[in-house]
Ligand binder design. Structure first.
Ligand code: NAD
Ligand code: ZN
Length: 261
């Protein structure tokens, strides 16, 4: 199929679908200026591998390094805006009542775009909690200049309850996913008949098992990604485009129609 057919085809599949899940990864936010994991290993941060920073051991060994890196990421996300892809997904949700987003992203750009129903598989940058007692820690704001300094070193604040150190609210490598979010993601994928997989390399498990789960139970699975991924051979269709290019084009085919039930 020619690539110029994709917006129309996908719009048609969206119309036909009863229940839609959109699985997003770091590529969803790339056009908002937030580096994906792989990109962030090049550039300024090349001396540290992000996988090496995103572990409980790394935090134990050097809290200022790890907390500083997350504070820099918080500041980047604060300054970023949802892109045309995030906005189109929010608009799609208003046309399609049974559409939910399951994201691996730790930013809040889906919410800020207006998407009403977002499941965060890997936690969030803005929900830090105590490393010792797990209580949420409210009120932390990144310093004004944090965005300019990807190599920021900063000791984490202390817990008001037990004086333990505060850790980022994200899921690190080697940790299990938040139980409710993972359960909810699987439930929605089991019930969907169309899964859109946008901006994920498909290498981080168990999130990467969701497309196979959808396929196994007969759902259509469509990937939107500018490059080939681990998932490309498994899905029904791969649209080589970016999120901000592709999604507004699909929306334009749908928005003339009246809302579907
Ligand atoms: P990844 O970095 O492994 O892969 C990103 C994918 O996005 C790649 O396949 C790439 O080709 C694709 N991509 C790049 N630009 C795109 C665009 N404009 N439109 C569509 N696709 C594009 O990311 P991942 O698969 O999400 O897994 C890595 C982990 O990194 C996740 O667990 C996530 O929590 C974390 N992460 C999150 C953020 C964020 O919250 N914004 C940023 C970096 C990493
Ligand atoms: Zn505590």
């Amino acid at each position: 199929m020619q690539s110029h057919d994709w917006p129309r085809t996908l719009a048609q599949w969206l119309k036909e679908a009863r229940s839609v899940v959109v699985l997003t990864g770091a590529g969803m936010s790339a056009e908002s200026g937030i580096a994906t994991f792989r990109d962030s290993q090049n550039g300024l941060w090349s001396q540290f591998k992000s996988e090496k920073l995103a572990t409980a051991d790394a935090y134990r060994q050097d809290k200022a390094l790890v907390w500083g890196w997350y504070v820099w990421r918080m500041a980047m996300v604060h300054a970023a805006q949802p892109n045309a892809g995030h906005l189109a997904l929010a608009a799609l949700a208003s046309l399609k009542s049974d559409l939910s987003i399951v994201t691996q992203n730790v930013d809040d750009l889906h919410e800020r775009a207006g998407s009403p129903d977002v499941v965060h598989l890997h936690g969030g940058l803005f929900t830090p909690r105590c490393f010792a007692c797990s209580r949420p820690h409210k009120g932390f704001e990144p310093p004004d200049d944090a965005r300019e300094n990807p190599q920021l070193r900063l000791m984490p604040p202390r817990c008001g309850h037990c004086d333990g150190y505060i850790r980022p609210g994200v899921v690190w490598f080697g940790e299990t996913l938040p139980e409710t979010a993972w359960k909810e993601a699987r439930r929605r994928v089991r019930e969907c008949d169309l899964l859109l997989v946008i901006g994920t390399s498909g290498i981080v498990y168990p999130a990467a098992s969701l497309p196979m789960m959808a396929k196994a139970q007969g759902a259509r699975v469509v990937e939107i990604n500018p490059v080939t991924t681990e998932l490309s051979t498994e899905v029904d269709a791969s649209w080589r485009a970016t999120a901000a290019e592709a999604l507004p084009r699909v929306l334009s085919f749908l928005s003339d129609d009246r809302p579907t039930p």
